[in-house]
Design a protein around this ligand. Structure first.
Ligand SMILES: NC(=O)c1ccc[n+]([C@@H]2O[C@H](COP(=O)([O-])OP(=O)(O)OC[C@H]3O[C@@H](n4cnc5c(N)ncnc54)[C@H](O)[C@@H]3O)[C@@H](O)[C@H]2O)c1
Length: 457
């Protein structure tokens, strides 16, 4: 390892230790911490329960089963087939079959009360994330809900209150924060390569028509996969329904909740044509679903204003034909990075790059690879989403094991998911600005960054 990386590792380890200590001893950090924080127990096993083992829950379960230090005592899913499949996956991995909970939609409440569990991973339809996360924290366990957009501002406050009252962390499992490029760029931002940040862009640009309708043009009861529940949101809601894949990594770059904060946003939606067209082209004009009036605009554009003067554009674009992209841009006084997946992954750094000529980010990776990724590449990249899917759940497990705060905390979770109801409000008001609540209640002014400070989590 070169000297720069060693120094980076060391100084960040020290910073994190100091941060954690300050948070506990003085009780003034915004990060909520559980019980004792000694770093002891690193050799012990971590006991994780799962609620929801459909498509994504199964991915996370498989990742956990590849870890020798994770035990899965219980799994809850109302779909008995999904539950049985998950239980047998655990057995096939040579572990004891977990107890199943599938009595009814509220059976998760019984599971989270078990005493042989340290944390719970939640991969259910969006409307269930908050009640399940709150019940988990109230039962004294770490919780890790998958990504989503909130249904209301009140829902976000419920998460904050539960975490503050119980002292239990809530880490939304945002894999894009752990993407290799995003972590290298975060390091470049922190080392000042882009100068002072001024503007960022990001999005969730993913043709979901084949996900929202399965099979054919079916959705709702009797459909398959996410079409059972996700599509209903597009029918009834007009806003950025899935902000965090774009916003998570960008929020880390602008130090959101840590010396900076997102203050207000405006959102504007296009007309809605994509889903109707898909139905007509797939099943014909006479199909009953062709009569539906879809609320969700095909492309929703949100502009966020930050306290320190930066702007962030987020696009939500899920109804039209297109290849996937998160459309990241991070721009400052000394240069910028732009990534449009499959098109470009480029930087321009004034004084370093040839004048007004793009360079590939890859050229900078040998010097600016994030320590977490240096370690991961050395050990062998594994898991979904290019490895980021593994890293995010591993980070959660490490924190549960060490009984330390998670690197994505309840304040991040709330600030990122609240974009959904705020963008709906702004669109309803004709794109008027809407204020973000300050979930930290002023502590953002003194908080220090917590994400990406170590090579472990
Ligand atoms: N990070 C990523 O890249 C990524 C990718 C896909 C999905 N997701 C997220 O993961 C979550 C789950 O999505 P999915 O694709 O796995 O959906 P899915 O429909 O495949 O699975 C959801 C599961 O939850 C179960 N469920 C529903 N209500 C329940 C209840 N009350 N109690 C117990 N189980 C219940 C369902 O039976 C189903 O098995 C969503 O938040 C989604 O946005 C994230």
């Amino acid at each position: 390892m070169n000297k720069n990386l060693k120094d980076f590792n060391m100084s960040n380890k020290l910073k994190r230790r100091k941060f954690v200590k300050t948070g506990i001893v003085a009780g003034i950090g915004t990060t909520v911490v559980p019980g004792i924080l000694t770093g002891k127990g690193i050799d012990r096993k971590v006991r994780i329960g799962f609620i929801g083992v459909g498509s994504q829950g199964t991915n996370l379960l498989k990742a956990c089963l590849s870890m020798q230090d994770v035990v899965v005592p219980a799994i809850c899913d109302i779909d008995k087939e999904a539950l049985l499949r998950a239980q047998s996956l655990v057995e096939k991995a040579g572990r004891k079959a977990p107890q199943g909970y599938s009595k009814d939609e509220e059976d998760f409440r019984n599971m989270v009360l078990r005493e042989d569990m340290d944390g719970v991973v939640i991969s259910t339809p969006w409307m269930w994330h908050t009640p399940m996360a709150v019940a988990t924290m109230e039962a004294g366990k770490y919780c890790a809900p998958e990504v989503w957009g909130a249904s209301s501002v009140e829902e976000c406050w419920e998460l904050i209150e539960a975490s503050e009252e119980t002292g239990m962390p809530c880490m939304m499992l945002e894999n894009h924060c752990y993407d290799r490029n995003n972590m290298a760029v975060l390091r470049m931002v922190r080392e000042g390569l882009f100068g002072e940040l001024s503007h960022c862009q990001c999005g969730y640009c993913h043709d979901l028509r084949g996900v929202k309708f399965q099979p054919g043009v079916e959705f709702g009861h009797g459909a398959k996969g996410e079409a059972r529940w996700r599509t209903q949101h597009s029918l009834k809601r007009n806003g950025d329904l899935y902000p965090t894949h774009g916003l998570g990594p960008i929020a880390n770059c602008v130090n959101d909740n840590r010396g900076n904060r997102m203050v207000s946003l405006t959102s504007t939606a296009t007309k809605s044509r994509g889903l109707h067209d898909y139905i007509v082209n797939t099943a014909g004009e006479d199909h009953p679903n062709a009569k539906l009036d879809w609320a969700l605009g095909d492309v929703v554009t949100t502009v966020i204003k930050c306290q320190n003067g930066e702007t962030i554009i987020i696009n939500h674009d899920t109804n039209l034909p297109r290849p996937y992209s998160n459309m990241y841009t991070v721009q400052g006084t000394k240069g910028l990075w732009m990534e449009h997946r499959g098109l470009t992954n480029s930087v321009y750094l004034e004084g370093k790059s040839p004048e007004h000529k793009w360079e590939s980010l890859e050229q900078y990776l040998p010097e600016y690879e994030h320590p977490l990724w240096i370690k991961f590449l050395g050990e062998g990249v594994r898991g979904g989403h290019g490895g980021a899917g593994y890293l995010k759940i591993r980070a959660f497990i490490e924190c549960v094991k060490r009984k330390i705060p998670t690197p994505i905390d309840v304040y991040d979770t709330a600030a990122w998911i609240v974009v959904t109801p705020l963008s709906e409000q702004s669109i309803t008001l004709g794109s008027e600005p809407v204020d973000f609540p300050d979930f930290t209640k002023g502590k953002w002014m003194n908080n220090k960054p917590i994400f990406g400070l170590t090579a472990e989590y």
